[in-house]
Each structure stands twice: as C-alpha cells, then as structure tokens.
Design a protein around this ligand. Structure first.
Ligand code: NOJ
Ligand code: CA
Length: 683
C-alpha cells in the first residue's frame, strides 16, 4: 500500500471569472476556484453568484454537466446560511493510493483524486463560515460541507440542506420515489428528467449526449439520508429525511456532512465499475475481519414466504430441529457455508409486523435446540446464520443487543440477518428526551442505530446483513462486517405477487440500487410457480446469471431444497460460483435492458460471466478478451434453451461445454426474460 500527497500545479487552481452570471444584468466578476480530475476531463468550479449565494458547477470535456447549483443550509434556530456569502479561501491537494478490500467485487482499488477546499464566509453578521471540500476523480466527484466550531455555530440544528444538482442536459432518469410506505422496495420508474418527482438516491441518468450519471451519497454517518426533489426543469434539490422532532439533523460542531456524489461515465457499465463511493469512505476501522468469510448459504426461509411453513410456533413451524438439521446436512453436502434460520426466537406469535416489542433475541422456541444445532452445524463445517427481525423497534433491539451478540459468539454464529419491516416512518427510537419516538428508516436517529448494531456486532465477531436497511453509502469500507443489505425489491416479491418483479427488474437494479453496494437479493429459484397467481418472471438460466451480475459477498440459494435435489444440472453452477472476486468488468449493458458482467474469482484464475436481459430476447456478441492471453479455458455454459421464455418455458436450459481462449467471441442468445451463466475453468 502506498499513498502520496502532492500540491496541485497552479494550473489546476486559478482565480478566474465564474461561468455563472445573472442573465439580465451581468454580475461583477467574483472570485472562483476550480479543480480538475487527474485525467483533466472533469472540472468543478466553486464561487458565488450575483446575489452572493454560493454555488458550484461541473463540466466534462469542456461541456457543462451540472449548471451552477446552489449550496447552503436552513437552520431551525438561526438564520439560513445561503446569502451574503463570499469565497474567502481555497486550498488544494492531490491524493493517490491503492488499498486492499478484505472482500469485495475487486481486490485492489485505486483512490486517485484532486481536492479543492473552499471556505465560504458571511459578509454580514453573524459572519459564520463553512468549508466545502470537493474531491474530483476520473469517474466522478464527491463534495461535503465541513463546519468548524464557531461562536455562533455550536450545536447545529439543520432544517434543510440547500444543495442542488441542476443537470445541464436533458435525458432519461431511473428512480424510485422517496417517502413511500414500503421504504426502498418499489419498482424503478423510467421517465424524462423533467418528470422526476421526489426521488431516492442512487438515481441514474442517461443524458442526451449518451453520458451516464448517478447522484448518490457516501459515508452517511450521524446524518439524515438525502433524497432529491425536482424543483423546475432539470433542477434537483436535496431534501433530507425527517428527524424525530423539528430539525432534520442535530450535530455539534465541528462536523461534516456525508459526501454528495456524482458518478459519470460514457457507458452504463462504467457506473457499475466505479469505486467512487467506497473511495470516499474512511478506511477499515476494524482491521482483521478474517472471521467473516464470503459464502453462499441456504435457509429456512423461502418455505415461509410460500406459506408452506411458519415463522410462528405450531405444527408448521419452520425452525424445528428436524428441518434445520436437514438444511445443515444439505449445506454440508453441497459446499454451502451457512444456514439461515428465521422464526427461531420467541416473538413471532402475535401481531409482530411493525410492533417488535415481543421479540426476544436470546430465547429460542422450544423446538429449536440452539446448542445442539449450532454444534451439529460446526461439526459439519457449516455455520448457523442468526436472524433478528426487529419490526423496526430499534429501541427494543438495542436493549438486547449485547446479550444477543454474546449468544451468537458462544454458538459460533458469525453472521446475523437483521430486519426492520415496519412501514416507512414507523421505526421506533428513544430520543434525547428519553421518550419513544416514531422515526424514518433513513433519518439521523436510525442512521445512528444501524451503525451501532454494526459496530457492536463487530465486537463479537458478527457480520451484519440488514434487511429494510438504511441505504448503502459505502460504509462497508469502514466497517467491513456490514456485509450486505436488502434495500430494494428482492426475490421475496415473486412469492408475494401483486405484482412480482417484472423481467426488467434486475437490469434496472444493476445500474441503480447496486451502485450503492452489495444486495442480498436471494436468487437461485427454479420453482417458478410460487403462490397461486404469483410467479418468478425469469428463465432458469437468468436465475444462475444473477449470481454474477448482482454482487454480494453472501449469496443465498433461495429455493426449496427439493428443487435443487431434483435439478442437479443447473444447480451445479450455484455450487461452483464464488462470492468473492479479484476483479470485475461490465462488458456491455443498458440501464433497464440488459447487462453482461465478468468476474475473476479471488486469488484464482477462473472467470465467471453472467448475462441477463429484460422481456426482450437479445443476441449479444461478447469478445473473451478479458481472459488471460495464451491460456485455454473450458467454458461451462448454462444458456436459455431454444424455446425458453420467462412466461412459457422458463425451465428450458442447455448445459454444454466448449474450449475457448481470449481470442474467441461468444454469441449469447438470451430468451425473453432470459440470461446466460458461464464458468471459464482455466486449464
Ligand atoms: C422481510 C425480509 O426481507 C425477509 O427476508 C424476511 O424473511 C422477513 N422480512 C421476515 O423477517
Ligand atoms: Ca424486505
């Protein structure tokens, strides 16, 4: 590992006249500061406008990308910080390091940026000041506000952040609405930028010139999540998630906000390959996390969603000794690392959804002998995976956190799936007044809660996979035991129906939700008819390809065990595919249409390819130039059969082998709702 700090050449940073000027009456020239990306293509300028409001703008290859966009804050107990402001100082530096991920989609990541820090200061009383720090990379930029401790800025009570993103060009947007009851579990909408409403991030754009852009945030710590609301034309404005009282955020200075991020690429795939969000997070604070092993797992899970078993006690209780042992045996026989067991603990018998206070996180149901089952699993080289459904009652969960993780540690459980199934705005936290308050999953109090769970869990060597989580902002770099999350519509929607996930869903996810970080999507279902009226809208080959295109260090084989036992051919790919990677390349793709991803296994030579399409059949030519030159590979191909179709013949799959090398080009024929999965075994 190496790092260096270098002063930027003067060229990168000069006082010049800003591009932004009042249209009606040209403004007097104002001081401005500019910084460019290491490759010189992306340029950010910060200044103030003719009304002395701070703004920034971004251009790419000399063409505007973000028109002058405002910066500032509204406070609950002080005048807003937006007018009568001057650019009072500027500093630059450059940074270049390569760091190692303990696990990930890429082993080594280069963190190379040029930084500009500008100081904005009020020109009238009370003369408050704040810094905005811009880090400009070849693949995008991040900026954040930093407040030092000042007489008038002690405790800061933020009513709203006034950050704007005024897109310079028209185009298409893919987004999900914010503030809806089911949190982040909505179908992606594809609209003109001018039709975006109140949207969550990440939000993805394809501009008229073909460039792709994603707006999100990095390192969301002790702050409220940022949504975007379109105010006019293509001008989007930050709207922070509500807090539990008046202010949306309460912090003591000094403090800084999360990074507001813009990733930009010529291709949709370039957004996926970008490591900007991780780079803007703080390095690993846990050091050794080798006790967490990326893995595939099975679970006592899908059968509950299909109503074949229950979480609650009774004759159909899923978490029985017998059923769990069957899963442990299956995991051991097929090389899976873990067995998730839901419904193991007391609390599922009442009205648990959105309630939560009945749950015990230490008391198993009587037919779940935790000591015996954990020992049995260990004897077979398998781990039990714990489950803490909180129903959003964060306060109740926190009261048991230590005891719960201590139990896990005693039993050799190194991973826990958490759940917060309360509707949005219905989580429960204790406020500074000592009282119970309703809270939003992405508000500041819940941001603190999710972080507390992860950092407490780390003390007991437990990794966390949060469902109904706060959005991912790359904090796995800082706390690498935060291994995965849900935070979008996963497989479970195909059991519930009304409607299930449409064939384009995963091709949307890859270029939107997945830009935030790993997702516990739970692929691998072969039983396409789920409950009456509900189904899985993909082919089998696409189910296999999802293990490659959707990244997570933990991947479930979600289906009923009997469906794997009955189909050893396609199941072989699920057994073979790794969950930890040396490198990742997105070979082709368009948002919401299709994607082809190739990944090389960590510390190994085998490559894996996943290709998926939406409802459209497609033929894609894929050069295998990513393979090592001069080396032969056996391509183990799992492709849609000639009559495959998600609606009519999802199970039609052809499994075949052929020898290939890096000079070959494969033609991938994808059925409607189909896909293809390939393992390239290095000879
Ligand atoms: C919703 C989660 O996404 C699902 O995986 C889990 O089974 C249920 N909540 C119950 O906790
Ligand atoms: Ca869920």
């Amino acid at each position: 590992m190496f790092s260096r700090f270098v002063a930027l050449p003067f060229l990168l940073f000069a006082v010049c006249a800003p591009a932004f000027a009042d249209q009606a009456a040209p403004a007097p020239s104002k001081p401005a500061a500019t910084v460019v990306s290491p490759n010189g293509e992306l340029s950010v300028t910060a200044s103030t406008d003719s009304e002395n409001r701070p703004y920034y703008s971004v251009s790419r290859r000399g063409k505007p990308l973000i028109s002058p966009s405002r910066l500032g804050f509204i406070f609950n107990d002080a005048p807003k910080l937006e007018r009568n402001i001057a650019l009072a100082g500027q500093q630059t530096r450059s940074f270049d390091e390569t760091w190692e991920q303990p696990w990930g989609e890429q082993h080594f990541i280069r963190n190379h940026y040029n930084e500009l820090r500008v100081t904005y200061k009020e020109t009238a009383k009370p003369f408050r000041s704040f810094d905005v720090v811009f880090r400009v990379y070849d693949d995008g930029l991040g900026f954040r506000y930093e407040f030092s401790q000042q007489g008038t800025l002690g405790q800061i009570r933020i009513g709203e952040e006034l950050t704007e993103f005024d897109l310079a060009e028209d185009g298409t947007a893919w987004w999900i609405p914010a503030g809806e009851f089911n949190r982040a579990e909505q179908l992606y909408q594809r609209t003109a930028i001018g039709e975006v409403g109140y949207a969550q991030t990440p939000i993805t754009f394809k501009l008229a010139d073909g460039s792709h852009l994603s707006i999100h945030e990095a390192a969301l710590v002790d702050y409220s999540g940022m949504n975007l609301i379109r105010v006019e034309n293509r001008r989007l404005k930050a709207q922070l998630t509500d807090g539990i009282g008046g202010p949306k955020v309460v912090r003591d200075a000094p403090f800084h906000t999360p990074w507001r991020t813009l990733q930009v690429s010529d291709t949709a795939g370039g957004l996926v390959e970008s490591s900007l969000i991780l780079n803007l997070n703080e390095p690993n604070q846990l050091d050794d996390v080798s006790w967490f092993k990326p893995m595939k797992y099975v679970g006592v899970w899908w059968e509950m969603h299909l109503d074949k078993k229950t979480w609650s006690s009774g004759p159909k209780h899923g978490a029985s000794n017998e059923n769990v042992m069957r899963h442990i045996d299956f995991a051991a026989a097929n090389g899976f690392g873990g067995v998730l067991v839901e419904g193991w603990n007391v609390g599922w018998d009442g009205d648990w959804f959105g309630n939560g206070e009945d749950f015990s996180f230490t008391q198993p149901y009587p037919d779940f002998d935790i000591d015996k089952l954990a020992a049995y699993a260990r004897s077979k080289g398998v781990q039990l995976i714990g489950h803490h459904e909180t129903s959003g009652h964060a306060a109740h969960y926190e009261s048991q956190l230590d005891a719960a993780f201590a139990l896990d540690q005693r039993e050799g459980i190194h991973m826990v799936k958490t759940g917060y199934v309360a509707d949005a705005g219905q989580a429960k936290v204790i406020g500074t007044d000592g009282k119970l308050h309703y809270a939003w999953h992405e508000g500041q109090d819940m941001a603190r809660h999710y972080q507390k769970v992860v950092t407490e869990a780390a003390k007991y060597q437990v990794a966390i996979n949060s469902h109904e989580p706060i959005k991912d902002t790359g904090l796995r770099r800082t706390w690498p035991n935060w291994v995965s999350r849900e935070g979008a519509r996963g497989m479970e929607y195909n059991a519930w129906g009304n409607p299930g996930n449409p064939p384009e869903h995963e091709a949307n996810l890859v270029f939107t939700r997945m830009l935030a970080g790993p997702m516990d999507f739970t692929p691998g279902v072969f039983g396409m008819q789920t409950k009456p009226g509900s189904r899985v809208a993909t082919t089998w080959a696409k189910q296999l390809a999802l293990y490659v295109v959707i990244y997570s260090p933990i991947q479930m084989a979600a289906d009923l065990l009997e469906n794997y036992e009955a189909n050893p051919g396609p199941f072989q790919f699920i057994k073979d595919v790794p969950t930890d990677w040396e490198e990742t390349r997105v070979l082709a793709g368009e948002v919401g249409d299709f994607v082809v991803t190739a990944r090389r296994e960590r510390d190994g030579n085998d490559w894996y390819l996943g290709a998926i399409t939406d409802e459209q059949p497609r033929t894609l030519k894929v050069p295998l130039s990513f393979l090592s030159p001069g080396r032969e590979y056996v391509a183990q191909i799992y492709r849609d059969g000639p009559d495959a179709d998600w609606d009519k013949r999802p199970e039609s799959i052809v499994i075949e082998q052929r020898k290939v090398d890096s000079g070959d080009t494969l033609e991938l024929i994808l059925a409607p709702g189909g896909g293809q999965a390939i393992r390239f075994v290095a000879e």
